[in-house]
Unconditional design. Structure first.
Length: 144
């Protein structure tokens, strides 16, 4: 079905409205960007009154603490002697049952020789100088 003239006319009207609204939006954004920002007036400086002086408070005089009365030393009565308790008689422990002796095979006495692996010799450690080289940016060593 081929588009009719009405469909073509309707799509042109919709496109024109869209373009005009886009043009209006762009113009409004351009106007907003071109207007200068309002300046904020400077705030007045506030002058604060001086703080009042702290009055000198009188020092508090405390009365001396009363002396502790002499309390008699407490004497505790001796603890009563523990009564002799009869010795507890425990029944004898049951005897262990006779278990058959475990028969283990004898351990071998001759072990085969383990072949020695040929290891490379250890590397030698280079000698470390006893004095450290001085660097121009380092601080001098402390004197003893």
């Amino acid at each position: 079905m081929a588009p009719s003239n009405f469909h073509l006319f309707l799509s042109l009207i919709i496109m024109a409205i869209s373009l005009s609204s886009l043009h209006g939006s762009l113009a409004a954004a351009r106007n907003l960007l071109q207007t200068p920002l309002p300046t904020i007036p400077p705030l007045p400086t506030a002058t604060l009154p001086p703080l009042p002086a702290i009055p000198n408070l009188p020092t508090a005089t405390l009365s001396p603490l009363p002396a502790m009365p002499n309390l008699p030393t407490a004497t505790l009565p001796p603890l009563p002697a523990m009564p002799n308790l009869p010795g507890a008689t425990l029944p004898p422990l049951p005897s262990m049952p006779n278990l058959p002796a475990a028969t283990l095979p004898p351990l071998p006495t001759n072990f085969p020789a383990i072949p020695k692996a040929a290891l490379p010799p250890l590397p030698t450690i280079p000698s470390i100088p006893t004095t450290m080289p001085s660097f121009p940016f380092s601080s001098p060593p402390p004197s003893n």
